[in-house]
Every structure is written in C-alpha cells, then in structure tokens.
Ligand binder design. Structure first.
Ligand code: NAP
Length: 491
C-alpha cells in the first residue's frame, strides 16, 4: 500500500524504533514520496538479534520439509500478488514493469527451488576403518544470520538469500537497502501470511553504517550474507573475520560482451543494448564493456547506436518503457561524473547527459555509448552502474579474451561467435563466475550457482544447492555399536 509508514518487524510484531525517526521513500521517476519508513539504530538490532536467537531452537528442530512447506506457501502467495509487487518494485526502484515482473518471477523461482531443498539437503554415510561403526555427516544450521542487501534487486536478492537460509534452519535479521524498504515490507507480509513463526524473520530499517556494524560485531550473529559494493563488502569482510563470523560478499562487476568477427552482429548488438541499458544498467551483471574485433567494430557500433536510440526511456510503470530512472540522486551524480570522465577519455557516440523536459523531476540519464575506449581508461575499468556502454577494439580473438580479463572484477561475461572452437576457448580462458554463449551477460536461473571470481565475490556461491554450503555447517557423527572397548585407537 502506498503512503504507509513502513515499520520494523521484530519477534513477530511490527514496531517503531525507540527514537521515532522516519524518512521518505522516494519515487526515482518524479522525486515524490511513496510513503515513510522508520530509521532504526543499533538498539533495534539488539532487539532483533535477541528475537532471532530466541526463535532459533524451535525453528531448527522443525523438520526441514516442514520449513520448506512455508516457503512453498510464500511462493504461491507471491505468484498471486505478482502484479501488485512488480508495480511497487517499479515505483520504488525505477526499473520497467517488464524488468520488475521478471524479478518477481525470479523470486518465485528461488522460493520454489529452496523449498524443495527441505527434502534434499542430504548428508553422506562414510565407510569406517573400524568394524561395527557407523559414520555419517549432516548439515546443521548456523543459528542467527544477517542479510544485508542492495537496492537494485530489492526482492530477488533478499529472497534468494532468505529462502536458502530459512530452509537450512537459520533465523534471520534482515537489513534491506535504505532506498527500497517497500519491497522488504511486501516480502515480510508474504512470509507472515505463509506462516513464518515469530522471531524467525526480523527486519530492521535504517542506515547501513551503524546497523551493519552492530550486526557484524554482534556475538549472537553467526554469519553475514552481503550483496553490494566492493567498498562496503571488503570492509564488512574484514570486520567479520575479526569477529570470527562466516561472511559471504557478492560485490561489483564490469561485465564484458565479446564480439568476434564471425558473430551474428545483429544478435550481438541487441544483447549489448539489452544488457547495458535495461534496468538502466543497474544490474551487477549489466553489460558495461563491449570488446569487439576490429573488422566488425564499425558495423557493431552502428547497430548498437541505432537500437539504443530507439529505446523508450521514462517512468518504469508507463506502458512500453524499457529504461527507467536511476535509483536516487547519489547514483545520478555518480553516473553523471562518469559521463564527464568518459567524454574526456573516449569518443561519445550516443547520449552522455541527464534527460530533462518531462523527465526533469526524475533521475533519468540517456542511454550512453562510448567507443575508442582503452584498457587504461576509467570507464573501461570502474563499475559505473548506469546506462553506459564502453566499447573497445580487439585485434584478434586472443586479444579480445585478454581485454575481457583485464578487470579486477569477475562476475559475468558473454561471447558472440558461431565457431565451436572459439566457444570452448572462451570458456577455458575468460575469468568470470558466469559465462554466456550467444546470450547477454545478464540473467540467471534460481537452481544455478550465482556469483563472481576475483574481486567480485568471496565466501561461496549463492543460489542453487551451493547456497546450502554457506548457510550450514557440517557435523560428522561416529556411532560405535560394538558395545565393547575398541582395540584400535583413533589418532
Ligand atoms: P552498497 O552501498 O554497498 O549497499 C549495500 C547494502 O549495504 C545496503 O543495505 C547498505 O545500506 C548496506 N551498507 C552500507 N554501509 C554499510 C556498512 N558500513 N556496513 C554494512 N552494511 C552497509 O551497495 P548498493 O549501492 O546498494 O548496490 C550496488 C552495488 O551492489 C553494486 O556494486 C553492484 O554491483 C552490487 N551488486 C552485486 C551483486 C552480485 O551478486 N555480485 C548483485 C547486485 C548488486 P544502506 O542502503 O542503508 O546504505
């Protein structure tokens, strides 16, 4: 519901922080308030962790298939509320209704996949070197886990973390991004309706700095699953290590589409435009670099510009809009500063400015294309997180792969070629956690591990069955059924 006051959810009840502060939740398409959200402090983290700890024993003792049933119900409720949630997401984050609907579907899929893990989180029976001795392993939950998430996928990322954590038997304190509390609130409503017990799911709204520190340092928080920027993630990882926490950080990307000289250029240009500009480039897997062999460079650039020029930019909720606003004024000024840098470093082919006229009240930037980009340029190396594509020329296939690898990030990449040998050399040589062949750098499925190499990710993959590795510990159980004293000894 629009114009409501969004409150914390702690111990099974909505509540306002003691200090009673609130802030506006801003629609990035017009700068107007969508409602209010409470601003919490470390005191509310203390209350939420206490509630999560109190609920932990009963939740871990509930059989995993029963925990899965709650997630199945959540999946069902979200499916029924799909349109309403997609609209809220679009209003709050800015992405188009089509992108928002896709995100809601991803969240549905994540609920569905993790729910099934309740019947599948197997251990192993391991042969013993001793007679009449049974050895097996089992997964156990970590206890209270903290989830800290960004605004760019305000529903799907919380769901893919929470569904895995919950089915494993953990209780949660969730700190959503300050720009997207409405999505967090809708998710909370859905989990409540699905039957989540009091204290298992707790949400605290407020600034990442103070709440994040309180969570990471708290002695009763066993693990932190974070998605966001490298700046925050690296700091949080170090702080977590200093407090003996298990920490998972999924961070930035600078994803390249590689276009070889035998590619279907129209398909490649369509993928580059979709990957660079949909969701206004605010996807961790967005295509922010194109590495293109020289012989096809000018044709590729022409097609990209033609397709990018045809994009409809506007409020995400308007029919037919493909590119919405940036999420807030801070993101707008970051992107505008990179447009200035890009104009100094390279050649501007399209866009390059903020949009005014009917869109002046929102945070809109024109889809922007730079060419003649060099590997040393900042727009080639740094994550911009806006609708900006930097195109660099490659001499040959080996040079193209080397340029794609010339990045501290390693989240996603894609190659366009019709040659099967080139496909397999790409898979062998390009250093990203996700590789796409003849499809855009964006996208992924709920049952598949998700995450990056190099500076993008530390602490293990999310989604798929690999998510369980983060949200559980292994126990090894030895059962001696000889009834006698052992003659052999353990070393
Ligand atoms: P961010 O500024 O790092 O914020 C992420 C979360 O951390 C927010 O909830 C934020 O709270 C919180 N936070 C801020 N300061 C903190 C601190 N000192 N300690 C603990 N938490 C703190 O990132 P963002 O701007 O929201 O998101 C964009 C970034 O996320 C991009 O770099 C993008 O590539 C990355 N991302 C990565 C993936 C992936 O899977 N690899 C997926 C999506 C996004 P506040 O909102 O209150 O500041």
């Amino acid at each position: 519901m629009q114009n409501q006051l969004i409150q914390n959810y702690i111990g099974g009840a909505f509540s306002a922080p003691a200090a009673g502060r609130t802030q506006d939740n801003i629609n990035p398409a017009n700068g107007q308030s969508l409602g209010q959200v409470v601003v919490s402090s470390a005191a509310e983290i203390e209350t939420a962790v206490h509630a999560a700890k109190t609920a932990a024993y009963a939740w871990r003792m509930l059989p995993a298939p029963k925990r899965g049933e709650i997630l199945f119900r959540a999946q069902h409720i979200l499916r029924q509320r799909k349109e309403e949630v997609a609209r809220a997401l679009s209003l709050e984050e800015g992405k188009s209704i089509a992108d928002a609907t896709g995100e809601v579907q991803r969240a549905i899929n994540c609920f569905e996949f993790s729910a099934g893990e309740g019947r599948r989180s197997f251990g192993q029976v391991i042969p013993s070197e001793l007679p009449n001795n049974l050895i097996y392993t089992r997964r156990i939950p970590l206890g209270v886990v903290a989830l800290i998430t960004p605004w760019n996928f305000p529903l799907a990322i919380p769901v893919w973390k929470a569904a895995a954590a919950l089915v494993c038997g953990n209780t949660i304190v969730f700190k959503p991004a300050s720009s997207t509390p409405w999505c967090a609130h809708l998710l909370t409503e859905i989990l409540i309706e699905a039957g989540i017990p009091a204290g298992v799911w707790n949400v605290v709204y407020g600034p990442g700095g103070s709440l994040g520190d309180a969570l990471v340092k708290h002695r009763d928080v066993a693990a932190i699953s974070f998605t966001g920027s490298n700046e925050i993630g690296q700091r949080l990882y170090g702080l977590g290590a200093a407090h003996n926490k298990k920490v998972q950080c999924e961070m930035g990307g600078k994803n390249a589409i590689i276009v070889l000289d035998d590619a279907d250029l129209d398909l490649a240009a369509t993928a580059a435009v979709q990957g660079a500009f949909y969701s206004s480039g605010q996807r961790c897997t967005a295509t922010s670099r194109a590495v293109v062999m020289k012989s096809v460079l000018s044709t590729f650039c022409e097609r990209v510009v033609e397709k990018a020029r045809a994009l409809k930019v506007g409020p995400g909720t308007e029919p037919g809009v493909q590119v919405g606003p940036l999420v807030d004024s801070k993101q707008l000024s970051t992107v505008l500063s990179y447009l200035d840098i890009g104009k100094r470093e390279a050649r501007l082919l399209l866009g390059g400015s903020r949009l005014d006229g009917a869109l002046a009240a929102g945070y809109f930037v024109a889809p922007t294309v730079f060419c003649d980009v060099e590997r040393t340029h900042r727009i080639f190396q740094e994550e911009i997180f806006g609708p900006v594509l930097s195109i660099a020329a490659a001499e040959d296939e080996a040079h193209a792969f080397a340029l794609a690898n010339d990045s501290s990030y390693g989240l996603s990449s894609s190659v366009y070629t019709r040659d099967v040998g080139r496909v397999f050399r790409y898979i062998d040589l390009v250093e990203t956690g996700i590789l796409h062949v003849n499809s855009p750098t964006v996208g992924g499925e709920a049952q598949v591990p998700f995450g990056g190499l190099k500076d993008t990710g530390v602490g293990g993959r999310e989604q798929g069955t690999t998510a369980l590795d983060f949200f559980t510990e292994w126990q090894s159980v030895y059962i001696d059924y000889t009834g006698t004293r052992r003659t052999a000894s353990f070393y």
